[in-house]
Design a protein around this ligand. Structure first.
Ligand SMILES: Cc1ncc(COP(=O)(O)O)c(C=O)c1O
Length: 377
């Protein structure tokens, strides 16, 4: 197996704990253990630290299944974050030479894995001037006969956009015609800024694998609880593969996740997320309006992430390096998503982090704008 480094995760792993302002995060301010215990009325102190159920405890799987109409606990596998769910799904499905269609831009995990597993990766692009939707007819041409797998991240990272029903219908129809599996990474579902939760692909397609976790919409990335939902046969196959990776979720985290997903607790947690997102997006909106001469963006439908396009004579990697080196602030350069001339800002952490990071970014943008003016004929 070849190995392609996961650029964005490397960038974050190296720098996120070293900078003054971190605008690279894609979730909301995480709960502390005591806040979560208080909100859910759970005292974790008496938990017996054994191995637990390797596929996730029955009650946790029951609560996860309840999020997907018609799903049963036997169709759920609890994993270490959605990252492990995506990994075991790709590892099970992709053989060298397989055609894998990936809706892009996206989080770099599945493209990197597919390439490392020897697949022929075909992109199905979301277009900025269509509000980050695919062009009509693009799904049918990309998802040709012999396609093994179609990967969708919905709501999307890095754009924060949700696929419209017609975009979704085109993708599903093309995948079903080709007999392809769909892997739907729905880790940002539940973090919508307004309106109801994004519809899960579980409802709409037949050969579908849904992955998600408590990391983004729930503010609980440190629990490392994710899941995969698929028909029983596929679920059992990936469960057997998980014996080779992490074996089992932490029994302590399984317990806390079970409490977080109890109906009323879940509603409270998601309401907290929305309150943070809405409050912080108004700060970001005002900041973006003040930089409209050089920046463009479409406010996200979901997630604590906003993708900006910029009109400045500097590559996104250099812009991000300078922001880090000269102003102690981290964001994600667009090039990590294959999008030059863009950067992604995470706006879900503390207000102090957001305001400080945006101020640092403003000062770099002013400097870059002055350089542009000085060098124009
Ligand atoms: C689309 C997407 N999928 C998966 C992950 C992995 O997250 P986790 O393993 O914490 O669920 C991320 C993290 O940023 C992501 O953006």
């Amino acid at each position: 197996m070849r190995f392609r480094p996961f650029e964005m995760e490397r960038w974050q792993s190296l720098w996120e704990n070293r900078v003054r302002y971190n605008l690279s995060e894609s979730g909301v301010s995480p709960f502390s253990l005591s806040e979560l215990s208080e909100l859910t009325g759970t005292d974790p102190a008496g938990t017996v630290l054994g191995y637990g159920h390797t596929e996730g405890s029955p009650l946790l799987r029951e609560r996860i299944a309840a999020l997907y109409p018609g799903a049963t606990p036997e169709e759920v596998l609890v994993t270490s974050g959605s990252a492990e769910a995506n990994f075991v799904a790709c590892w099970s499905l992709i053989e060298a030479g397989d055609r894998v269609v990936i809706v892009t831009p996206t989080y770099g995990q599945t493209p990197g894995l597919a390439e490392s597993l020897g697949a022929e990766v075909v992109e199905l692009p979301l277009e900025e001037d269509r509000g980050w939707q695919p062009a009509p007819g693009a799904a049918a041409s990309a998802i040709g006969p012999g396609t093994r797998l179609v990967v969708i991240t919905n709501p999307n990272n890095p754009t924060g956009a949700v696929l419209t029903p017609s975009s979704m219908a085109e993708i599903i129809e093309a995948a079903e015609r080709a007999g392809a599996w769909i892997l739907a990474d729905e880790v940002y579902r539940g973090a919508e800024l307004a309106g109801p939760e994004t519809e899960s692909l579980w409802d709409g397609a037949r050969r579908v694998i849904v992955t998600a976790s408590l990391s983004k919409a729930y503010g609980l990335p440190g629990l490392r609880i994710g899941w995969l939902v698929a028909d029983r046969g596929f679920r059992d196959e990936v469960w057997a593969r998980k014996d080779y990776t992490t074996i089992t979720p932490s029994v302590l985290c399984d317990r806390l996740a079970t409490a977080a997903l109890e109906t009323e607790n879940r509603a409270k947690i998601l309401a907290r997320t929305r309150e943070i997102l809405v409050r912080h997006l108004s700060i970001l909106d005002a900041w973006a309006a003040a930089h409209a001469e050089v920046l463009r963006y479409r406010p996200p439908d979901a997630g604590a992430i906003a993708l900006f396009g910029y009109d400045l004579p500097v590559g996104s990697a250099e812009l991000a390096e300078r922001l880090k080196g000269e102003r102690d602030t981290l964001l994600v350069p667009g090039i990590h998503f294959g999008l030059e001339g863009h950067f992604r800002v995470g706006f879900g952490y503390s207000e102090e982090q957001l305001r400080g990071g945006l101020e640092a970014l403003s000062s770099l943008l002013s400097e870059l704008t002055e350089t542009r003016i000085a060098s124009s004929p």
